[in-house]
Design a protein around this ligand. Structure first.
Ligand code: GTP
Ligand code: MG
Length: 432
């Protein structure tokens, strides 16, 4: 282990709460804690104590000691629960730094868990996703990944690829014995599994990050009015002037316990205005990235022609000043509130179905890093397949297979570099 020092951090969320937890990990964790609490040192037993700094009592606490290697990080650890006042917690952390600990870097506890072989990189990434998840499905798949679902699948593919590579090598080493054999590697199954795995990424992302709902349409149709009505406060500016909203504006709302990111956009039209032009291109980008697209039309002056993107919900707004009702759309009025409950319901149904359509029975890809590496694995396999088809020598085919194995190893952390670890763990909070 490269990191023999002892780290300390507040592990609960910032702010006031009933309890605030401070964690220590490293060879001196117990010694440092014992400078501040008197305990009987029975591992894994919660003990009541007074946390002192010098002669002064800081707080009444509950302390648990954990003995290496059966701990989260694999090192000796101590967890101390204080009353959740940020002042108490930061004072306690400072006291333990004075006693020889170092403030932990973001994600350092989990990084140490990885370096000490307590978990592979996919499990470490799953910890972050589990904490960030905004839906029950997200929690479920993150838990599975934490328990090694993706790792097992990757290890199986790795074994298969190494077997292929071995069967090539034996032919390279003993060409005479295989002279007349019609050697063909079959990549079909592994390719399919990779494709299936890659296809889980989009829904997994939604399950973790929440559903993106974009409000789109021509200028002045009432997008911002509907946006404000849905989130329940005047977040964006509404005026009778077309082209009021210039940038995309985001706000969160909760739908059936899921986080929904609602996006107000600039009205889409041809314009010479430089600022508005950028706004329009951002609106089109939002349309592209959204999971649910709400297309809004002014019912009192409906424009001709269809939207330039697929529409999930069509809304006719300003129905209060329109003589007509529209059958193929939701008739609403942001002004009077008419139909708004129905719109809310429709958004809720669509967002729920986006997430519930997800197959949670198998391993899924949740992190962008994993996704990109798996794409590279697939590329190498396809390359190998092509090389074989074109009749290249088998040692050329093997190069691709070896590379595929290498990329698989990066996913699990069988192979890693400091840069990769930094990139992964710097996204974590301090104390994780
Ligand atoms: N009568 C009526 N007026 C509405 C309704 N919804 C919005 N308006 C009015 O329509 C005008 C434009 O509303 P906005 O919400 O700013 O429209 P927008 O689509 O965001 O417009 P841009 O940001 O310019 O693209 C404002 O004067 C609103 O008060 C409605 O349901 N009924
Ligand atoms: Mg607007």
């Amino acid at each position: 282990m490269v990191n023999p020092d002892t780290i300390v951090a507040i592990s609960t969320a910032p702010g006031r709460s009933a309890i605030g937890l401070v964690r220590l990990s490293g060879p001196n964790a117990w010694t440092i804690a014992l400078k501040h609490v008197k305990c009987h040192l029975k591992p894994r037993v919660a003990e009541y104590a007074k946390f002192t700094i010098g002669q002064e009592i800081l707080d009444d606490v509950i302390v648990i000691f954990y003995k290496s290697p059966k701990t989260y990080t694999g090192e000796d650890m101590v967890e101390i629960s204080f009353h959740g006042n940020p002042l108490i917690l930061s004072k306690a952390v400072r006291a333990m730094i004075d006693s020889g600990a170092r403030l932990a870097d973001p994600g350092e506890f989990t990084k140490r868990a990885f370096l000490n072989g307590k978990m592979d990189l996919t499990s470490a990434e799953a910890v972050e996703k589990l904490i960030d998840s905004t839906s029950e499905v997200g929690i479920k798949i993150a838990r599975k990944m934490m328990n090694g679902s993706l790792k097992r699948m990757i290890e199986k593919m790795r074994r298969e690829l190494l077997n292929l590579s071995a069967s090539i090598e034996v032919r390279i080493d003993y060409p005479d014995e295989f002279e007349s054999d019609d050697f063909k590697l079959d990549f079909f199954s592994i390719k399919n599994r990779l494709k299936k795995l890659l296809s889980t990424y989009d829904s997994a992302k939604i399950a973790i990050e929440g559903v993106k709902v974009a409000l789109l349409g021509a200028p002045n149709v009432g997008k911002s009015s509907i946006f404000n009505a849905l989130i329940g406060y005047e977040r964006t500016i509404v005026t009778p002037l077309p082209g009021t909203t210039r940038d995309t504006v985001e706000a969160e709302m909760s739908v059936n316990g899921m986080r929904v990111k609602l996006i107000d956009t600039a009205g889409i039209r041809e314009t010479a205005d430089e600022i508005e032009k950028i706004g329009v291109s951002r609106a089109l980008k939002a349309a592209q990235e959204a999971n649910v697209r709400v297309y809004i039309v002014d019912a009192s002056a409906p424009e001709k022609g269809a939207a330039k993107f697929p529409v999930d919900i069509k809304v006719m707004n300003k129905i209060d000043i329109s003589k007509k009702r529209f059958k193929d759309a939701l008739n609403v009025s942001a002004k009077t509130g008419y139909g708004m409950e129905k719109l809310r319901e429709k958004i809720a149904n669509l967002t729920t179905s986006v997430i519930e359509s997800m197959d949670t029975s198998e391993a899924v890809v949740m992190a962008e890093r994993q996704y990109h590496l798996l794409r590279k694995v697939l590329n190498e396999i396809e390359e190998a397949e092509r090389a074989q088809k074109n009749g290249y020598p088998i040692d050329i085919v093997e190069i691709n297979i070896r590379k595929a194995v290498e990329f698989l190893d990066y996913i699990t952390g069988e192979e890693y570099s400091d840069d990769i670890l930094d990139a992964i763990f710097s996204n974590f909070c301090v104390g994780k």
